[in-house]
Write a protein that binds this ligand. Structure first.
Ligand SMILES: NC(=O)C1=CN([C@@H]2O[C@H](COP(=O)(O)OP(=O)(O)OC[C@H]3O[C@@H](n4cnc5c(N)ncnc54)[C@H](OP(=O)(O)O)[C@@H]3O)[C@@H](O)[C@H]2O)C=CC1
Ligand SMILES: Nc1nc(=O)c2c([nH]1)NC[C@@H]1CN(c3ccc(C(=O)N[C@@H](CCC(=O)O)C(=O)O)cc3)C=[N+]21
Ligand SMILES: [Mg+2]
Length: 291
């Protein structure tokens, strides 16, 4: 049996068409959604991702602003910049690219972002709202995964989902979203004693460890849905996921490629969140009775 490919690029394109037309409607009301991206330091991978984000903003008719700060920037200076963006009427979404230089306290920076402009969904207010199934900005990668599964018609309810990885930006929120969708969720991480024991029981396996070829065909149940979040840069610059794609594709029911899988969905959900933030800013102006 050969797995069906989940074409993230194509699913992303369709979703972006829809977001683009929503942007046009908002522009007709005089609001152009605006995203500010802060890039501190000179991480090459970060630079590539940030460029992708800006290109997509352009394509969808949104404004984007890139704020580049030196590696040596102080925490105070970074917070000052965020405060300025929190107060700007033209900026609806703020993204601080991670990882940050090591002398900066990531938690303090994330908490400085206004929860209403937190398009990454990393602020504790949004995390809390998500955990209690309230309206929130949902982290882009987990939201993109759910969107992909929706588009292939997966009924998540009652499925056993195994998430490998428990980071605050991918693994942990991914498991929480699946729980909200009535899945049974198992988290695995670097201290998990026998990874295979869990992964072979997964109906849906989400690999977000950042370890090339961590997942072999022996880790996967026949017909399972395999979602590969990993972004590992091999020597020579070639990008590969956490899953041994060539081996696993013969056993899985569905599988996402890298590149062209989860990555394009992450960017798309960032655009979705920026649009949502822009819409939110209108309803806030209205309820404040000022403009
Ligand atoms: N496609 C996309 O849009 C995105 C892709 N990524 C990629 O996804 C991957 C994960 O990102 P991120 O969550 O930020 O990474 P982190 O390094 O923050 O987290 C990795 C997680 O994987 C766990 N882990 C590491 N090694 C193993 C192992 N051998 N077995 C089981 N679990 C393991 C760690 O466990 P422990 O907690 O015990 O340390 C940790 O929870 C990276 O490759 C990253 O580049 C990230 C964001 C978006
Ligand atoms: N505040 C913050 N928010 C993030 O969302 C965030 C972050 N920091 N730091 C880094 C990770 C990583 N991440 C990716 C997004 C898109 C692709 C992507 O578009 N990937 C393409 C290929 C890109 C390439 O070719 O290099 C693909 O998979 O097809 C990858 C990785 C967002 N992250
Ligand atoms: Mg993300």
């Amino acid at each position: 049996m050969a797995a069906e490919l989940i074409d993230g690029k194509e699913i992303a394109r369709k979703k972006q068409d829809h977001i683009g037309s929503e942007v046009q409607k908002l522009k007709a009301e005089g609001i152009t959604p605006g995203l500010a991206v802060i890039l501190a330091g000179n991480n090459q991978a970060s630079r590539t991702y940030v460029k992708n984000k800006q290109k997509t903003c352009d394509k969808l008719g949104m404004n984007s602003m890139l704020i580049e700060l030196p590696e040596s920037v102080s925490e105070q200076e970074l917070i000052r910049k965020i405060t300025e963006l929190n107060e700007s009427e033209d900026i609806h979404g703020i993204l601080v690219q991670l990882p940050l230089p090591s002398h900066i306290n990531e938690k303090a920076i994330i908490e400085a972002i206004s929860p209403d402009k937190d398009v990454d969904g990393f602020h504790p207010i949004n995390i809390g709202r998500m955990m209690t199934a309230q309206d929130a900005f949902i982290p882009c990668t987990p939201a993109g995964i759910i969107e992909m599964l929706d588009s292939i018609g997966t009924d998540i309810s009652g499925k056993h989902v195994v998430v490998i990885g428990r980071s605050n930006i991918v693994g942990k929120p991914a498991g929480q979203l699946f729980l909200n969708e009535d899945a049974t969720v198992t988290y695995c991480h670097s201290k998990t004693a026998d990874l295979k024991e869990y992964t072979t029981r997964a109906d849906i396996l989400v690999a977000a460890a950042g370890k090339a070829k961590l997942i072999t065909k022996d880790h996967v149940k026949n017909g399972a849905i395999v979602i590969d979040v990993g972004m590992n840069r091999k020597e020579g610059g070639k990008l590969c996921g956490d899953v041994d794609f060539e081996a696993v594709k013969h056993k899985a029911g569905f599988i996402t490629p890298v590149p062209g899988g989860v990555g394009p969905m992450t960017i798309t959900m960032l655009m979705h969140n920026t649009l949502k933030a822009a819409k939110l800013s209108i309803s806030k102006v209205k309820s404040n009775g000022r403009h």
